[in-house]
Design a protein around this ligand. Structure first.
Ligand code: PEP
Ligand code: MN
Length: 272
């Protein structure tokens, strides 16, 4: 299959060695599996603190949580905003976890970078080129989710915007694409993992939570992602998924499931 290769810095031809992103003592892309876990949205100091404790106890390295939520409808809960960044930074520091949060607009890059260790670009913003340019000037690693209808070439070109701006620390995240199937929320494209390993040197993270939208499918797809060569996983976990403030409770693992999954993964790949 011929891919146009309009990107350069993202290409494995241009940069044959794997990119390893080092943040504190966590290495992403260096052959060890990294697990990011946490709620879809930061809701309160107590919620994020309790979940951070559970992520750490289970062996995760990075706390995920959205303070700014890209909701499909304007009347849905939009996230708690900057206060959520503060809550998450506190919880991360207290429990010895790095943090990752989504940034939706160029104007908010600086404040998100002030409070979080990794910035996430959501599927709906993969081609928000002003945002990508701004992230190119930022000193934080970026997790770039695949647009739900983006081709590999479009995804790598989006990464190229960040790299071309001067930020070399980009990881890709497969989070499922839109297909005709509606049983699952999205179709997790497992093939994207080995394809990205070939086309690019950037680390690849899998998101089986958004990739399936169904809690019972998270564990098998997480295992399959690791078997396919993923450098890490980003997984939603909530202490009270039925009452979570976004609709993503249905795909959030209960804490004991999250811990069980990480234990099972240790058989497949060493955790950092
Ligand atoms: C999320 O991580 O909660 C999220 C909104 O993800 P995506 O952009 O993949 O839908
Ligand atoms: Mn979510």
């Amino acid at each position: 299959v011929k891919i146009s290769k309009s990107y350069k810095l993202a290409s494995r031809d241009f940069h044959p060695e794997d990119t390893i992103i080092e943040i504190g003592d966590v290495r992403i892309g260096g052959g060890e599996l990294v697990v990011m876990g946490g709620p879809c949205a930061v809701e309160s100091p107590e919620q994020i603190d309790e979940i951070a404790k559970l992520v750490k106890a289970a062996g995760g390295q990075i706390l995920r949580g959205g303070a700014f939520k890209p909701r499909t409808g304007p009347y849905s809960f939009q996230g708690v905003g900057v206060e959520g960044l503060v809550m998450m930074q506190e919880a991360g520091r207290k429990h010895g976890l790095l943090t990752i949060t989504e940034v939706m607009t160029p104007e908010y890059v600086d404040v998100c970078a002030e409070y979080a260790d990794i910035l996430q670009v959501g599927t709906r913003n993969m081609q928000n080129f002003d945002l990508l340019r701004k992230l190119g000037e930022c000193n934080r690693p970026v997790l770039l989710k695949r647009g739900f209808s983006a081709t590999y070439d479009e995804w790598l070109n989006a990464a190229e915007y960040i790299l071309a701006g001067g930020n070399p620390n980009v990881m890709l995240c497969e989070r499922g694409i839109r297909t005709f199937e509606s049983y699952t929320r999205n179709t997790l494209d497992l093939a994207a993992i080995p394809v990205m390993k070939g086309l690019t040197h950037l680390p690849i993270i899998s998101d089986p939570s958004h990739g399936t939208g169904r809690r019972e499918l998270v564990e098998p797809m997480a295992k399959a992602s690791v078997a396919a060569g993923a450098d890490g996983l980003i997984i939603e976990m909530h202490t009270d998924p039925d009452n979570s403030m976004t609709g993503d409770g249905v795909q959030s693992l209960f804490p004991d499931q999250f811990a069980g999954l990480l234990q099972a993964l240790e058989q497949l790949a060493p955790l950092v």
